[in-house]
Design a protein around this ligand. Sequence first.
Ligand SMILES: Nc1ncnc2c1ncn2[C@@H]1O[C@H](COP(=O)(O)OP(=O)(O)OP(=O)(O)O)[C@@H](O)[C@H]1O
Ligand SMILES: [Mg+2]
Length: 253
Amino acid sequence: MQAPVVDIQNVKKVYGKKGANQSHALRGVSFAIREGEFVGIMGPSGSGKTTLLNVISTLDKATEGVIKIAGSDITQMKQGELSDFRSQKLGFIFQDFNLIENLTIYENIALPLSLQGVASRHIGPKVQKVAETLGIESILQKYPSEVSGGQKQRSAAARALVHEPAIILGDEPTGALDSKNAVSLLEAMTNLNEEHGVSIMMVTHDAFSASYCQRILFIQDGELYKEIKRTASREAFYKEILDVLADLGTHKS
Ligand SMILES: Nc1ncnc2c1ncn2[C@@H]1O[C@H](COP(=O)(O)OP(=O)(O)OP(=O)(O)O)[C@@H](O)[C@H]1O
Ligand SMILES: [Mg+2]
């Protein structure tokens, strides 16, 4: 049996100092993500989703608990180790793309490799390969200002993927996209997951985006509230998600 790509146990996060106004953002969360899974995180505003993503992505420190990613316990790592770990093992897709305007799409995608000191002769083939996977070969020499929102987001996905991370972490990756571009990103992510076995964890408010996941963890008040798995069609899963959100009292149309 392969070790899970993410394995967290009893993770707690308390903001603020003892005695002062403390906020218990995570109250003991445990779950695992297997290699090759596509998992969604949903829950009401303030339930702890971003906090959870931040502690898993090493951007913030958990107050308590164990967080293993690709077998390593990141809660035991020092700052320098963490930043190496982050640049080698994790890929990020954010809502606002974070592409650098004065670099071409090619240079943007190549960035994680350049930062790791990979030789440029090795970079070209890798960029070419992820660009093909995401259907953006034709825009590699353009600048971010010259391409569509969906192409930007797929370029950001390519950059998240180019160094072959253990997992891709997304915070509302479709949040800034119109529905056509959102679908094209979600299909690209599904393709990465199904055809290339890439593990993905994505925080989203949006039931339609979430319906592309294989499994969804619902968080409420810093605790795991419920977990559902897709067993039938995406359409049926979408309805199931809306039902859980209605139970949570957060369904927004
Ligand atoms: N830096 C911080 N300092 C103090 N409290 C914080 C901080 N960040 C978040 N919190 C609190 O922790 C709780 C969880 O916040 P978090 O941002 O994880 O929620 P969320 O589920 O991502 O919400 P949203 O859907 O609105 O983005 C909230 O009560 C929030 O007020
Ligand atoms: Mg949030």
